[in-house]
Design a protein around this ligand. Structure first.
Ligand SMILES: Nc1ncnc2c1ncn2[C@@H]1O[C@H](COP(=O)(O)OP(=O)(O)OP(=O)(O)O)[C@@H](O)[C@H]1O
Ligand SMILES: Nc1nc2c(c(=O)[nH]1)N[C@H]1C(S)=C(S)[C@@H](COP(=O)(O)O)O[C@H]1N2
Length: 158
């Protein structure tokens, strides 16, 4: 299965912070047997984020795109809006499960992520927050879910 990882961060894109969260997602996916087709870092710019999501889903045909960063309440956080602008169908249960996992681990700020998830054609797009801890928690939830989700996307039913 093919995946791609998008880091959304003004500071990482500017080179003033080292991206730890993107590589952490890559490691979790490769450990689980996924092939990583694409990774990149973009600033918190909605059109730029949406363009990458569209390209990776419709031209590269990856099975899943995981984003990290830009899901909070600051004025520059627009990853959820970019994601909603490209998906055909939302998958809110995935995002709620990820938030609930953080809350249940005793992280009250987990509910401050506006992360979205959804399908662009046959590509599942999932937003995660920017911090390394949030990414690790999110991947704890996602890794066991992804195989079944992708089977259903491929039309294999249950
Ligand atoms: N790609 C990343 N790698 C490592 N840590 C990150 C990354 N992105 C964010 N963080 C961490 O998450 C915390 C919350 O970050 P913030 O809300 O500023 O992130 P963002 O909006 O996702 O990214 P930025 O501010 O760089 O545009 C930061 O203090 C930082 O420690
Ligand atoms: N599991 C988990 N979820 C989390 C966090 C965390 O540390 N662990 N950080 C929260 C915080 S402090 C914020 S502001 C939001 C949004 O983060 P982002 O703007 O980096 O995407 O994610 C939240 N989700």
């Amino acid at each position: 299965m093919k995946a791609a990882v998008l880091t959304v961060s003004d500071s990482c894109a500017a080179g003033s912070r080292v991206d730890e969260s993107g590589p952490a997602i890559v490691k979790r996916l490769t450990d689980a047997g996924w092939t990583i087709e694409e990774t990149t870092i973009v600033p918190d710019e909605q059109v730029e984020i949406a363009g990458i999501l569209e390209q990776w889903s419709m031209e590269r045909h990856v099975n899943a795109i995981i984003t990290t960063g830009g899901t909070g309440f600051s004025p520059r956080d627009v990853t959820p809006e970019a994601t909603l602008s490209v998906v055909d169908r939302r998958a809110p249960g995935i995002s709620e499960a990820i938030r609930l996992y953080g809350l249940n681990k005793g992280v009250p700020t987990a509910c401050l992520s506006r992360a979205e998830a959804g399908l662009r054609a046959t590509t599942l797009i999932v937003n995660l927050p920017g911090s390394l801890k949030a990414v690790q928690d999110g991947m704890d939830v996602l890794i066991p879910l992804l195989p079944h989700a992708l089977e259903m996307i491929a039309g294999k039913g249950h």
